[in-house]
Structure formats: structure tokens, C-alpha cells
Design a protein around this ligand. Structure first.
Ligand code: C5P
Length: 308
């Protein structure tokens, strides 16, 4: 534990309840219509004053997080300092629970957490909307952890509109013992769909209706991810994980984002327990976690500064 005054931020992981992708644009990016939900699996980012910008990491898969300047949280801190015209340093400490390269935007969540923590540490007086704008420059998935809840993402997935969602949904997450690279999954999607004329990506009405009515059964039937066939093509073992869910009679299941994490929508504690036992017994997963969503976006948890 450090005795330095610092700011700690708790930032949630996301799952994509729906993801429709168009073809690749000239910049290599794909137009998306996606629905994000923030879930109760969190990384913690602690920022303390320092001479220059540095980072340490502990928690789950800490050894897989790059500590060089390519780290997105470091890039977030540097971008914020540059744009604010200040010459401040920071030490960032990440406590990880969100899987690395897991399709749950863990690296993006850390960058979002770094923006919020550094803004408070350096007392810059920026609004959350200012930070969300800056976040989009760092990556398509960085704005959402600052917003949280349930939201529609268009453009590259970074143009956010809050979505109306009633109630709380129960999820079981199956973490794979390997990661998947997002650019590789999008590349595989393009290969699988080569020569096809693709419609404009759009969010299914059935999905939005299920969210508005808080109907878990209907939501389970409406879950859809265009990236899933590409993730399964690169990692066929995920079929086995999905099959365990089907055997347990889950309400719905899908690969989250570019994978390999699989999210199962369950009706309650009994189904969650059955599924967790089945997944663990299958030997196909690294770990299993029960979470709920939606949850709020990144929050300061340092009691000295209060929540905001
Ligand atoms: O924006 P971010 O750095 O998170 O994206 C990682 C990679 O995912 C991009 O370099 C691109 O290959 C792919 N991507 C995409 N279309 C999107 C978002 C991401 O092709 N809308």
C-alpha cells in the first residue's frame, strides 16, 4: 500500500449484446452497430503524483499487460497531459480482473480509468463528456467504460447513445485460457465474408425491445454477434464452451466482442451454479465468473475525494 495521496478509479468491463459489422473502410476500420452493457467485473486504476509517467500491474494475468509506452493507460495519461497543456507526471497502478485480450475491453477500461483518475489527480476541471471525447482518440472501445450502463455504439463503435434498459440481467462469463487479437478477428471476418454484399449495420429491434421491457428470455433470443463466426473459426474450441451452456438450458449465449470470453445469460443463481460446474468440469475454461449488468461507468473510489 502506498501512503502517497492518490486517486483510485473502479472501471467496468463490457459485453456486446448485439454487434453488427459492415465491411472494412479505407482506414481498415469497420462500421459497427453495437449494444454495450457494462457488467460487474472491474479493474482498478490508481494514479499517484510522480516525476514522469510509469505503470505497474497486479491481479489476474498481470504478466500479460505490456508495461512499455504502447500501454493504452500510459497513452491515455500522456494524451490528457498534452491536451491540457500541463507537464505533470503520474504513476499508474492497475489492479486487473478483466481478462487481457478477452473481448471485454480490458485495456480500453484501463485507459478510460487512467483518464478519469489523472483528471482528478491533476485537478483539470474537465467534464465526463470532455473525457469521453478524448477517449475516442485512444480506441473505439475506450469511451464506453466512462459512460457505463447500456448504450448503442455506432461509427467505429465509439459514437455512443445511452439505451433504455429495464431491470438487471444475470451473466456467467467463461474466460478462455488463451487470448484473441481484435485485428485478427476482424481480418478473419473479412475473409469469411469476402465477395458478399453487406447491408448497413443496424441494431435489431428485437434486442432493443427486450432491453426496454427487461425481458431476459427475449434478450437471450436476441443476442447476436457478427464477429462470433470469425472468433470460432480462429478458436474452434469455443464451440465446446458454448455447448456447455446449451446443455444447461441458458437463456442465451454469445462470444463477447472479438472473444474469446463467452457470456451466458442465466435466469438466476441455480442456473448460474449448474453452468459454472459444467464449465469447470469441461476443462475448456481458465475461470468462470458470475456478474450482473448494467452497472455504472468508471467511478472514483478514493474516499478522500468522494465518488463523482
Ligand atoms: O480502436 P481499437 O484500437 O480498439 O481497435 C483495434 C483494432 O480492431 C483496429 O486496429 C481494427 O483492426 C479493429 N477494429 C475494426 N473496426 C472497428 C473497431 C476495431 O476493424 N470498428
Amino acid at each position: 500500500m502506498t501512503s502517497e495521496p492518490g486517486v483510485s478509479v473502479r472501471v467496468p468491463a463490457k459485453i456486446n449484446l448485439g454487434l453488427a459489422a459492415g465491411g472494412p473502410g479505407a482506414d481498415g476500420y469497420h462500421d459497427l452497430a453495437t449494444v454495450f452493457q457494462a457488467v460487474s467485473l472491474y479493474d482498478e486504476v490508481t494514479a499517484t503524483l510522480a516525476e514522469d509517467v510509469s505503470i505497474t500491474v497486479d491481479g489476474v494475468q498481470a504478466e500479460e499487460v505490456p508495461l512499455d509506452p504502447s500501454n493504452l493507460a500510459i497513452r491515455a495519461a500522456r494524451l490528457l497531459a498534452r491536451r491540457s497543456g500541463i507537464d505533470a507526471g503520474v504513476h499508474l497502478h492497475l489492479h486487473k480482473q478483466i481478462p487481457v485480450a478477452g473481448g471485454m475491453a480490458g485495456g480500453s477500461a484501463d485507459a478510460a480509468g487512467a483518464l478519469l483518475a489523472c483528471e482528478a489527480l491533476w485537478d483539470l476541471g474537465l467534464t465526463r463528456a470532455d473525457l469521453i471525447e478524448l477517449a475516442a482518440e485512444l480506441g473505439a472501445d475506450v469511451p464506453f467504460p466512462l459512460m457505463g450502463g447500456t448504450a448503442i455504439g455506432t461509427g467505429h463503435g465509439d459514437v455512443l447513445t445511452p439505451a433504455l434498459a429495464r431491470g438487471e440481467f444475470q451473466w456467467v462469463l467463461a474466460f478462455a485460457p488463451f487470448g484473441l487479437s481484435t485485428p485478427r478477428v476482424f481480418g478473419e471476418l473479412d475473409r469469411l465474408r469476402a465477395g458478399r454484399v453487406l447491408p448497413e449495420p443496424r441494431v435489431a429491434d428485437q434486442l432493443m425491445h427486450a432491453l426496454r421491457s427487461g425481458d431476459a428470455q427475449a434478450l437471450g433470443e436476441a443476442l447476436h454477434n457478427d464477429l462470433q463466426p470469425a472468433a470460432l473459426s480462429l478458436a474452434p474450441k469455443l464451440e465446446r464452451t458454448l455447448a456447455v451452456g446449451r446443455d444447461c438450458g441458458v437463456l442465451g449465449a454469445l462470444v463477447s466482442g472479438s472473444g474469446p470470453t463467452v457470456a451466458f445469460l442465466v435466469s438466476g443463481a441455480d442456473m448460474a451454479l449448474d453452468l459454472s460446474i459444467g464449465l469447470t468440469a469441461s476443462g475448456a475454461v481458465r475461470d468462470v465468473r458470475r456478474v450482473h449488468g448494467p452497472v455504472p461507468g468508471a467511478r472514483i473510489i478514493d474516499p478522500a475525494r468522494g465518488g463523482r
